[in-house]
Design a binder for this molecule. Structure first.
Ligand SMILES: NC(=O)c1ccc[n+]([C@@H]2O[C@H](COP(=O)([O-])OP(=O)(O)OC[C@H]3O[C@@H](n4cnc5c(N)ncnc54)[C@H](OP(=O)(O)O)[C@@H]3O)[C@@H](O)[C@H]2O)c1
Length: 324
């Protein structure tokens, strides 16, 4: 492990779900020199603003957790914004980090970089082996470009400039800071809201779309932050042994997946809902399975710590706090 608690660390996207968890983790570990800027203070799509920021701050490390993120509807409606803004943020931050002497950077990607029909669990080697899911292809292409930016800068400047830019690909995340708006939330916050409202209204049943049989993997966001700091702090020789220059990204998953029916039952229990859970098979199931192969990260010595029901209980507390 390479730990210097006095290093100046820039967390981009610190008000987001993942960025805020990274800041919590770094602070808990004793890192004392963390710098942040809100979107209003620094628009990362603005090249000259990003250049001025790096020139003024000269951080030692960068966590790139800022991104334009959204669900299927937003991705389908605003594909130009998703590809443009994410490409610009990545290109600006990674290039300006290089220009201003940042040796270490961690880029946050997503499991949507893998082909729609990748075999399960999805290993890092599945990248660029097939066609992407069309609904979020522009976003996925931008995320793949982020990985390739890190790799290309390492390959060209790694030895001459001591550059070491890494990337991690999280599975579905949940926890504090999640988006609970019904129109565009992910499955866990959507179910938390649904079961909570059913409990409050004493509804006799909660209807879940589809058959309940598709399988999904979920990781608590503080585990994701812990994995991010773990990967950033890994010795270069250890990291190099487990990655390749043109296949350097590392999956971060919980390690196992559950059915939507198991998920619904657990959310119902955590929320304290007493009624029936009913499935509506006339509604689409979506992809049957989406599960990351986290073997590379496990072999490096990290695995998820927060059990699913514990994480859900914490997420429900967060929902209650947000909706007081
Ligand atoms: N949440 C998940 O389940 C999940 C799963 C896999 C991967 N990830 C990845 O993790 C990363 C972070 O996701 P998240 O869930 O934390 O997203 P989030 O909650 O939406 O946070 C993203 C942050 O980026 C900031 N941002 C967006 N555009 C910006 C710009 N032009 N300039 C400066 N800041 C900007 C946002 O600020 P404003 O809100 O002020 O715009 C926000 O604070 C993303 O790369 C995402 O792909 C997330």
């Amino acid at each position: 492990m390479n730990r210097d608690l006095g290093q100046k660390i820039y967390v981009a996207g610190h008000r987001g779900m993942v960025g805020s968890a990274i800041v919590r983790n770094l602070e808990a570990q004793g890192y004392q020199n963390i710098i942040t800027k809100t979107h209003a203070q620094l628009d990362l799509t603005n090249q000259s603003a990003v250049s001025q920021f790096f020139a003024a701050e000269k951080p030692d490390q960068v966590y790139l957790a800022a991104a334009k993120v959204g669900g299927i509807h937003a991705n389908n409606t605003f594909p130009a914004e998703f590809i443009y803004q994410n490409l610009m943020m990545e290109a600006n931050v990674i290039h300006q980090a290089f220009e201003h002497g940042v040796k270490k950077l961690l880029f946050l990607g997503s499991s949507c970089i893998y082909p729609k029909l990748a075999s399960q669990p999805m290993a890092e080697s599945a990248l660029l082996t097939g066609t992407l899911e069309p609904t979020n292809e522009p976003y996925a292409i931008a995320k793949i470009a982020g990985i390739k930016l890190c790799e290309s800068y390492n390959r060209q400047y790694g030895i001459s400039h001591g550059l070491d830019y890494r990337s991690v690909m999280p599975t579905n995340l949940y926890g504090p800071g999640d988006n609970y708006y019904p129109e565009n939330s992910h499955v866990i916050p959507a179910l938390i809201r649904k079961f909570h409202e059913a409990k409050v209204n004493q509804a006799p049943e909660v209807v879940i779309w589809g058959t309940g049989t598709p399988m999904r993997e979920f990781l608590y966001v503080d585990d994701m932050a812990a994995a991010s700091v773990f990967v950033m702090d890994l010795d270069k020789s250890t990291y190099d042994q487990h990655t390749a220059p043109m296949q350097s990204h590392i999956n971060v998953g919980f390690g196992s997946d559950i059915t939507i029916a198991q998920l619904a039952a657990t959310v119902g229990k955590v929320v304290g809902y007493q009624g029936q859970i009913v499935y509506d098979p006339s509604k689409p199931d979506g992809t049957l399975r989406k599960w990351m192969d986290s073997g590379r990260l496990n072999r490096l010595g990290w695995k998820a710590q927060i059990k699913f029901d514990e994480g859900l209980a914490l997420a429900y507390q967060d929902f209650l706090r947000m909706n007081q």
